[in-house]
Design a protein around this ligand. Structure first.
Ligand SMILES: Nc1ncnc2c1ncn2[C@@H]1O[C@H](COP(=O)(O)OP(=O)(O)OP(=O)(O)O)[C@@H](O)[C@H]1O
Ligand SMILES: [Mg+2]
Length: 269
């Protein structure tokens, strides 16, 4: 009798300890419509002078993603983060969504993150072909570059090629590029790349020429130092107040995810 009970207990322990399918739910909270709309765009270009709020927008987008796009190992949203300034996106490196985090001045890490995104895109197309799909049916991949000028100047042709491929082919594979730049000049964002960004956010620019590069007209140079921007989509240009997600909100969201991962026995980071 005892032997049967002990065997049953051992069997139960074995079954319970078997790795289960990891599934998370997203926290509930405030998500901003502007950010939700931006996340639905194929790609997003964010331009503006230093201190105009580009990183604030990127934080808002990732925060909104944490609310609204539940992560599930087989089909949730994924992130590839390129953060030449190192500090801006470090907090998100440990999220289960994050496939790669290239931080600081490290061109080879930037390129490998970009190439990883291209490989994922290619694999998705192969999978779609096999399953006769026109659009990828699983989670979105967001590739975030916080300071394109830096990556372009130091990552050279290879960075350019990867970004061109992601922006021209990403759409059906649900691969989105979100790219910020302090230097909205024509030579930094050549027409070939710019044209692939149907959605753009123009924060305060240093001058009218830079405003024209981004939204084909002047106006961004007269915006307040931060807090407002023109959201440019195929529907037109609309002036928005830019929501500001506080550090505490981001921290509480991250803590929420950390707890989810603990409950699922997944290592944080
Ligand atoms: N929408 C906003 N609401 C309130 N404050 C804002 C907003 N946008 C920016 N700020 C303020 O301006 C500061 C600078 O913003 P941010 O770091 O996003 O600029 P940036 O464009 O990324 O600059 P850089 O090019 O130097 O990286 C923020 O720390 C914040 O204090
Ligand atoms: Mg910044």
């Amino acid at each position: 009798m005892y032997i049967i009970i002990i065997a049953a207990i051992i069997a139960a322990i074995v079954v319970l300890r078997r790795p289960r399918k990891v599934r998370y739910t997203a926290p509930t909270g405030k998500a901003y419509n502007l950010f939700l709309d931006m996340l639905k765009q194929p790609h997003l270009l964010i331009a503006g002078a230093t201190g105009s709020g580009k990183s604030v927008v990127i934080n808002g987008l990732i925060d909104t993603l944490m609310y609204r796009l539940p992560f599930d190992k087989d089909g949730g949203a994924q992130l590839i983060l390129i953060d030449p300034k190192r500090v801006e996106l470090a907090a998100y490196a440990k999220l289960p969504h994050t496939l790669a985090y290239a931080a600081g001045f490290n061109p080879s890490a930037w390129l490998s993150a970009l190439n990883q995104a291209v490989s994922i895109m290619d694999a998705r197309y192969t999978d779609m072909e096999r399953r006769h799909l026109k659009t990828y049916d699983k989670g979105d991949l967001f590739v975030v570059i916080d300071e394109w000028a830096n990556v372009y100047k130091n990552g050279g042709k290879e960075a350019y090629k990867a970004v061109l491929r992601l922006t021209s082919e990403g759409r059906a594979a649900k691969v989105h590029l979100v790219m910020a730049t302090q230097v909205p000049k024509a030579n930094i964002i050549p027409t070939e790349i710019r044209e692939n960004f149907a959605a753009r956010l123009c924060l305060r620019t240093a001058n009218a020429i830079q405003s024209r590069v981004i939204m084909e007209e002047s106006g961004c140079e007269t915006l307040p130092r931060y807090g407002q921007g023109f959201y440019v989509t195929p529907e037109g240009n609309t002036l928005y107040n830019i929501p500001y997600v506080k550090d505490e909100e981001i921290e509480s969201n991250l803590a929420w995810w950390q707890e989810q991962m603990r409950q699922n026995h997944v290592k944080w980071g």
